[in-house]
Design a protein around this ligand. Structure first.
Ligand SMILES: C[S@@+](CC[C@H](N)C(=O)[O-])C[C@H]1O[C@@H](n2cnc3c(N)ncnc32)[C@H](O)[C@@H]1O
Length: 272
């Protein structure tokens, strides 16, 4: 079963994209945690930004996936009520089977099913890059209580640059999602009503022995949705061409795949 999406605000193409994102993540629910090496590292780093000076009562984990970070949040703030929200029903079902002390909610980050001023703390790791950052900021500002904090990680342009470059040697289709640039996202924060407490970018690189392992891992994570109508079928010939192109990036550690990771801490002013 797919979650209901608020349809009015989106083009049909955007809705199809969201359903494809949800379907790929749902399919990956059982394999995600064992493949999520980078995702765990990034989430742990993002968690370093959690507030220490207050005890939030209502916490939201946005794009909670398998719920592993939701669980960490509940342990970190035992007095709080923690809700995990995700678009992918498969992820929500998996998360619920692992932890029944949190609330689980099906919904879209770009049209959150919560009243204004509902949360003291919103955490999100590697989920909002699937959305328009401007819309995310608007929604977050709406649902956070005055003084509430948004602690997050996301991705910026240049992510999976090696894979993108290698595909360009094969054909002119889009195979790797483009993400908004760090500068553009920073500008959007400055133009928003949020108080920026921290906003920085860091490169994370994973290395694989062969291209096959790299592609298999992306599928196991469910991050293989491309916002393009015709990425083309993966035939054996194209795979060999891609392999040859990717080999030009090989270093001693293996085939690199780089992620440009954004870490942010934003606060809604106390007198908003
Ligand atoms: C890479 S996973 C990260 C999961 C988790 N935060 C973690 O760090 O392990 C991204 C999650 O965001 C969810 N997601 C993507 N777009 C979304 C949207 N528009 N609304 C809600 N969830 C979304 C996906 O279904 C997926 O579970």
């Amino acid at each position: 079963m797919q979650p209901k999406l608020k349809t009015a605000a989106y083009s049909s193409e955007a809705q199809v994209d969201k359903l494809r994102v949800a379907a790929n993540f749902s399919r990956a629910a059982a394999t995600y945690d064992s493949a999520a090496v980078l995702q765990k590292r990034v989430a742990a780093r993002a968690m370093l930004g959690l507030p220490t000076e207050c005890s939030p009562q209502q916490i939201l984990d946005l794009g909670s996936g398998t719920g592993s970070q939701t669980k960490v949040l509940a342990e970190h703030f035992p007095e709080a009520h923690v809700t995990g929200l995700d678009l992918a029903m498969g992820m929500l079902q998996f998360a619920r089977s692992q932890c029944d002390s949190s609330s689980w909610c099906s919904g879209d980050i770009e049209a959150l099913p919560f009243k204004s001023n509902s949360f003291d703390l919103v955490f999100s790791s590697l989920a909002i890059q699937w959305c328009s950052f401007e819309t995310v900021l608007d929604e977050l500002y709406r649902i956070l209580k005055p003084g509430g904090v948004f602690v997050f990680s996301s991705l910026t342009s240049g992510t999976m640059g090696e894979l993108n470059e290698a595909w360009k040697q094969v054909d002119s289709n889009i195979h790797v999602n483009g993400f908004e640039s760090f500068e553009h996202q920073k500008k959007q924060v400055l133009e928003s009503c949020f108080k920026q407490q921290s906003f920085k970018q860091q490169t994370e690189t994973l290395y694989y022995p062969e291209l096959f392992q790299l592609l298999r891992e992306l599928k196991a994570l469910g991050v293989n949705t491309v916002h393009s109508r015709q990425p083309g079928l993966m035939t054996r010939g194209r795979l060999l061409q891609l392999q040859e192109a990717y080999e030009t990036f090989r270093v001693d550690a293996g085939l690199p795949l780089s992620y440009q990771v954004l870490y942010g801490i934003l606060r809604k002013p106390a007198h908003a």
